[in-house]
Design a protein around this ligand. Structure first.
Ligand code: 5GP
Ligand code: ZN
Length: 116
């Protein structure tokens, strides 16, 4: 997926501040952080969203979630964090390559969602 911005980050053709990498996943700082800690964790394989993930993607999804506490702690959010996975139009997903946001910092991130 050469036209996918996160696939380009995996390929190294767009720079990113990487904070974790292994054979299956990459974690890097969000370019426009919403909180002092704001890391994106992505599968290296292109998966568009949670809505299109296949049954065989289950292990990598579990791996991404299992890494969240380690990444948050190492990046400066040792007392908890929030994971957000925006999905599709209703979820206001902007980048169509599945990613989890890990947001946190020294202070609480605030209420879950603004009520409509
Ligand atoms: P979404 O709305 O799809 O859940 O979130 C996409 C996130 O990707 C946004 O928080 C945005 O700041 C981040 N983002 C978009 N383009 C880039 C980029 O080129 N590099 C990095 N590091 N983050 C990006
Ligand atoms: Zn992609």
């Amino acid at each position: 997926m050469s036209d996918c911005i996160f696939c380009r980050i995996v390929a190294g053709t767009i720079p990113a501040k990487k904070v974790y990498e292994d054979g299956d996943v990459l974690a890097f700082n969000d370019i426009n952080p919403a909180r002092p800690v704001h890391v994106l964790v992505i599968p290296k394989k292109h998966i568009t969203s949670l809505a299109t993930a296949a049954p065989e993607d289950t292990p990598v999804l579990g791996h991404m979630l299992a890494l969240a506490n380690r990444v948050a702690t190492e990046q400066g959010s040792p007392d908890g964090f929030r994971v957000i996975i925006n999905t599709g139009r209703v979820g206001n997903q902007e980048v169509p390559h599945l990613h989890i946001h890990i947001v946190g910092g020294p202070d609480p991130v605030g209420p879950m969602l603004k009520r409509l």
